[in-house]
Structure formats: C-alpha cells, structure tokens
Ligand binder design. Structure first.
Ligand code: SAH
Ligand code: SF4
Length: 373
C-alpha cells in the first residue's frame, strides 16, 4: 500500500479499474464516493461489490491527516492544525460568512519564497503537499461541517494558507481539477482562488491550463521596495508580473485581486499609494488592504489607523475598490503559518483549544480524515 486514494483523479481510476479487470464505469462511482459524497471508507461504497470494496481498502491508504489541534476564533473562524503521516504540521482555516463557507488551504509545508513579513516564509521549506493532501483538507472541512452544521459544505476554496501554490504547480492543478469537477467537489471555477507571490512563468501556464481566480500578493509597487520584502521580485520584476497578469486577465479584463499588507513606515505612505495606482493602470483591480498580522520575532508593525485611512482614501478617490481586511481569526493565530509556528504544547494548553478539540475529536471519528456518506 503506497498510494493515497485521494491522489487519483477520474482518469487514474479508469486506469486502475482496467488494470484489475473491473468495469470502467466503476471509476466514476469511486470518484463520486470519495469527493462528491465525501466518504473515505470503502466499506460504505454500497453500490460496489464486496470484493471491489475490499480491494480498495487494502490497495490504498485513506487517512492523510490527524487533527493536531483546533481553535475557534471570536469571529467564528476555525483554525485547524493537521499532522501529516510524516509528522509535519499543516494548517487550514474555515471561515463561515452567511451562506458562503470559505476554506483557506495550504499547498506546501513551509515555503521557499522567503518573504520578510511572513511566518511561513521564516519557517523555510519542508516539502510540497501531494494532490491528495491538498484535497484531504477540503474533505476534512466538509466532514466537520456535515457533522456540526446540518450538512453544509465548503463553498469557496482559497489557496492562502501555507506555501506558494504556483511553486507546487502539478499537484495544485490536479487538485483544482477535482475541486471543480462535477463528480468531484463540484465548485465553479469562480469559487477557487490561487494566491501567488508572483511566479510569472506559472501564471502564464495557469492561464492556459486552468484559469481560476487569481490573487496576487503585491505589497509594494516599486521594485526596490518589493525586492526587499519579497525575494521573488528579484527574479520577476513588477513589469514582467504586470504583463503576465494583463495577459491572464485577457481582453475581457477579468478582474484581478491584489493583496497589500500595510506595514508601518515600510509601504504605507502616500508615495507608496501613488506607485500602486500607477501600477494598477490597465487592470480591473481590487486591492485588499491588510494591516500586517504581528507574530513573535517580527519587527514590523501594522500601520496606524490614520495612515491606513489616508492610503485607502487615496486609492478610493481614484476609483479602486480597496476594502481594509483584518486577517480573520486574529485571536487564533489567523495569519499565514502562524498556528503551525506555535509550539504544539502551547496550542494544546490554550484553553480555547482543549475544550473544542475534545468535542471535535469525538465528532470526527478517531481524529482521522474519515467520514461516512
Ligand atoms: N504564497 C501565497 C499564498 C499564501 S500567503 C502568497 O504569498 O500569495 C497568503 C497571504 O498571506 C499572502 O497575501 C501573504 O502576503 C499574506 N501574509 C503573509 N504574512 C502575513 C502577515 N504577517 N500579515 C498579513 N498577511 C500576511
Ligand atoms: Fe511564501 Fe506567500 Fe509567505 Fe511569501 S507570503 S513566504 S510566498 S507563503
């Protein structure tokens, strides 16, 4: 048993069925059970024969994560820390908002990009997540929702957890195909967002392969500043990034979201806002202004409210939509990589965790990624 069942897409299941002399239509049934019906227990795949169910159970492993800890924020966001089979920590965040339930997922353990303001960047890079591990996060979130909130499911997926999704391109794209497949999780493309620091060749490739929504972590609109904050800018300049993004938006000028963390005295002056406006010329852009989330050891501070307002007013006066977004779940280490970076002991002794964790674990059987349809 070397493979996870969650790594296989529909065509992989067809090949598997053929190799075992099972009928081809089986592929769709298995795929639907796993993703559409959110089940990871072949003994519940009731429209399949017993020998096939047994073959499935013994040929693959079905559990990719255990829940390490779980925090619920006052804004109802749930931050869930998962442990991989090789004992690495990965985080995801479930953010309910009326009917929309957004899941923020990770694509890597750590990150190579080394952005100076990011806790995941400070961790360094451990490894890529597999397609199965990316999809298992959605699976687990749906299991939690189904058991706790009357059959609800994740409605939107954003790759804004740990890692740079375009640096794990093949696994991420394969996962996205299952996220949007009608027999998979069945979300529309407009409900899947990849956030990137700006890996230009992969942005161009994505435009060809699967143009889902794109969010770009910009954070500065001058090369000197951005290169200091985000080393990737030394490889792909703002100009190259802009060309790739305009091509991505295409002639219909699909909208692009830009993320801009506001850091006191670093990128929050009116001159910075002017640079940003100039850079955004030609885009149908939306800018999320995010006062930087502080974490231990970070010397940068979020901008003062006055400065945020002035920055926002400058953009608004030039017709650029620019809501100020406070990271959700700030009281539960809401920022990217922040929960995984806390020592496990600390998390487990947090009174918000212990109580919730027990309840959650009793709901999600044996704390494994497992559910029944
Ligand atoms: N690697 C991708 C996606 C993961 S990071 C990217 O960089 O876009 C998700 C978002 O969190 C990015 O916009 C990133 O810039 C932001 N982020 C990182 N550190 C942060 C911090 N300390 N405070 C607020 N946002 C932060
Ligand atoms: Fe990586 Fe994104 Fe953090 Fe930069 S901001 S280090 S790209 S996770």
């Amino acid at each position: 048993m070397t493979k996870s069942a969650l790594d296989l897409d529909l065509s992989d299941w067809k090949i598997w069925a053929q190799e075992h002399n099972f009928p081809r239509y089986l592929a769709k049934q298995i795929y639907q059970w796993i993703f559409h019906k959110n089940s990871l227990n072949p003994s519940y795949f009731t429209n399949l024969s017993l020998p096939i169910r047994e073959k499935l159970s013994t040929s693959f492993y079905w559990e990719l994560f255990t829940i390490d800890s779980h925090l619920i924020s006052s804004d109802k966001s749930k931050k869930i820390l998962l442990k991989t089979r090789d004992n690495l920590l990965v985080e995801m965040m479930l953010m309910p908002y009326d009917k929309r339930i957004t899941l923020c997922i990770s694509s890597q353990v750590g990150c190579k990009m080394g952005c100076t303001f990011c806790q995941t960047g400070k961790m360094g890079f451990k490894r890529n997540l597999s397609t199965g591990e990316i999809l298992a996060q959605i699976h687990l979130a749906n299991s939690i929702l189904q058991q706790g909130e009357g059959g609800k499911k994740v409605t939107n997926v954003v790759f804004m957890g740990m890692g740079e999704p375009l640096d794990n391109y093949e696994a991420v794209i394969k996962a996205c195909r299952t996220i949007i497949h009608p027999d998979g999780f069945g979300l529309s493309k407009s409900r899947v967002t990849l956030s990137t620091a700006g890996v230009v060749p992969q942005i161009r490739k994505l435009a060809q392969d699967l143009p889902v929504c794109l969010a770009v972590s910009l954070h500065a609109a001058s090369d000197v500043k951005r290169s200091k904050m985000m080393p990737i800018n030394r490889r792909y300049s703002l100009e190259e990034l802009k060309k790739a993004l305009l091509d991505y938006a295409g002639p219909s000028r699909k909208s692009v979201t830009f993320e801009y963390v506001l850091i006191e005295g670093v990128n929050d002056s009116i001159k910075d806002a002017k640079d940003l406006v100039r850079y955004l010329h030609g885009f149908k852009a939306k800018v999320n202004l995010i006062p930087i989330n502080h974490f231990p050891g970070l010397e940068m501070r979020p901008s003062e409210t006055e400065r945020i307002r002035a920055f926002q007013s400058y953009l608004s006066a030039r017709s650029i939509p620019c809501p100020v977004r406070y990271s959700r779940g700030q009281d539960v280490s809401g920022g990217c990589g922040q929960l995984a970076a806390k020592r496990k002991e600390e998390v487990l002794h947090d009174p918000r965790t212990v109580h919730r964790r027990k309840r959650l674990l009793s709901r999600v059987k044996s704390s494994k990624v497992e559910s029944q349809a």
